[in-house]
Design a protein around this ligand. Structure first.
Ligand SMILES: CC(C)(COP(=O)(O)OP(=O)(O)OC[C@H]1O[C@@H](n2cnc3c(N)ncnc32)[C@H](O)[C@@H]1OP(=O)(O)O)[C@@H](O)C(=O)NCCC(=O)NCCS
Length: 156
């Protein structure tokens, strides 16, 4: 059985991601892995490993408005898709957002990316398609998930 482990992203993980991201996406995507998401906003960034091999990553951070748990980018090695790697990353990020008292989370994807829509909806996110969201003629699917506040310990 494939054993997966999730942990915080390091600089060597970041370097590996920059090298593989275009092939994982099937096209130029490196610009999305801007160093900002490691150096300035990387505290909640996570990776998943399978037997020591990096097989998925999530760049996410807490945006001040809300505050909102914002997933900037998630990527899974094509050889490891549909094996719950993305779910593991999202659930770890969701837990961190609950602990930070975020009432909701948000993510975007390009219109037409059906796998991303299915993935988010399978994890309880809702999808809204917004015209011109990323500029004129640049519609986006906007995903949102409301979070229950973390339960306080029951008073004795
Ligand atoms: C979208 C992506 C992150 C999903 O990651 P994953 O590890 O394959 O997802 P999981 O295995 O956790 O899938 C959980 C559920 O999501 C749904 N799902 C995931 N990928 C799907 C697909 N291609 N088609 C339909 N449903 C899908 C399924 O319901 C799945 O459960 P199941 O396999 O038991 O049926 C991954 O395909 C990916 O990296 N894609 C390229 C990058 C990308 O599109 N990122 C998102 C926008 S930034």
């Amino acid at each position: 059985m494939n054993s997966l482990s999730c942990r915080r992203l390091t600089k060597s993980d970041y370097d590996r991601i920059v090298n593989v991201i275009d092939s994982w996406w099937g096209g130029p995507t490196t610009a999305l892995a801007h160093p900002l998401f490691f150096y300035e906003l990387g505290e909640l960034a996570q990776v998943v490993e399978s037997q020591g091999q990096l097989v998925g990553f999530l760049f996410g951070f807490i945006a001040p408005k809300g505050p909102t748990g914002y997933v900037h980018l998630v990527g899974i090695d094509p050889e490891f898709r549909r094996q719950q790697v993305g779910s593991l990353l999202y659930l770890a990020f969701e837990q961190a957002c609950r602990e930070a008292a975020c009432p909701s989370m948000k993510a975007l994807t390009a219109v037409g990316d059906a796998s991303s829509v299915h993935f988010h909806e399978s994890l309880g996110w809702t999808t809204e398609t917004r015209e011109d969201y990323a500029g004129p003629g640049r519609a986006r699917h906007v995903f949102v998930k409301a979070l229950e506040p973390a339960k306080a310990a029951a008073a004795q």
